[in-house]
Design a protein around this ligand. Structure first.
Ligand code: F6R
Length: 248
């Protein structure tokens, strides 16, 4: 997988922001909507800050952007600070000219007995929007993308899934204690992600270096979900020097 390596998180984030801005402006020039797939977690925080800056200082408009977030905890209340709904509004949506009806985030409040139908509907909404033009990803220490934990099938769709305990501990910093970290999440599947026209995965820091090396350079395996991105013809890894340190 091609890698773009930067001195620090800010430079890497600016690189991704420039790719997003170009995708948005190309769609605007063609008079079309731009469909973005978005991620949460600590990795894209600087990216969203940079997009907000570009909106304020460079007139980058999100009026034609339709977004689909990768995942959400389940169950969780939308207004909970830890929800990805809350995160996205705090980091990006409250500060740019996104139309509320263009924002899609899996709903962690949906009744459990109707989740299957809800997930099918999420996939259908992506298709009806014309498919994802650009999918932004982070990567878990265990190689997960979205919340597709190791063992997730390359054919997986949007669904309710179990979080690995390692993932729950990695995300504990947002919650009062481990028992409060949800055990489930709604996530786009690997096949959902692979349908995107372009994919950009970001990773920062030495902790991610081993898994970045495996995903980018070793054989494809469902044990390292991010390695399945090798199937895709337009995927780029954007890394800081520390995350790139184990590449050969
Ligand atoms: C979040 C997501 C996850 C994170 C991953 C890395 O929407 O899809 O796959 O990208 O868990 O999390 P951070 O960025 O917190 O290291």
């Amino acid at each position: 997988i091609p890698c773009s390596i930067h001195n620090n998180i800010l430079d890497g984030s600016k690189h991704v922001a420039a790719i997003i801005a170009e995708t948005i402006r190309n769609s605007q020039a063609e008079g079309k909507a731009c469909v973005l797939g978005l991620a949460t977690g600590s990795t894209p925080k600087t990216l969203y800050a940079e997009l907000v800056r570009m909106h304020r200082e460079e007139g980058l408009s999100f009026a034609n952007v339709i977004s689909f977030n990768l995942d959400e905890y389940y169950p969780i209340e939308r207004e909970a600070y830890q929800s990805y709904y809350h995160f996205m509004h705090r980091m990006l949506f409250n500060h740019v000219d996104m139309k509320p009806e263009h924002i899609h985030i899996p709903n962690g409040e949906w009744p459990k007995d109707a989740i299957k139908q809800y997930c099918l509907e999420y996939e259908k909404q992506i298709e009806e929007a014309g498919g994802v033009d650009l999918q932004i990803l982070g990567i878990g220490m265990n190689g997960h993308i979205g919340f597709n934990e190791p063992g997730s099938s390359i054919h997986s769709h949007t669904r309710l899934t179990n979080l690995d305990n390692t993932t729950r501990f990695a995300n504990l910093y947002e919650f009062p204690n481990i028992s409060q970290v949800p055990r489930l999440a709604i996530t786009m599947g690997i096949s959902t992600i692979l349908k995107a026209k372009k994919i950009v995965l970001m990773a920062w820091g030495s902790g991610k270096a081993p898994v970045v090396q495996k995903a980018a350079e070793e054989h494809m395996t469902e044990h390292i979900p991010a390695s399945l991105l090798q199937q895709h013809t337009d995927t780029l890894f954007v890394l800081d020097a520390a995350a790139a340190a184990e590449l050969t």
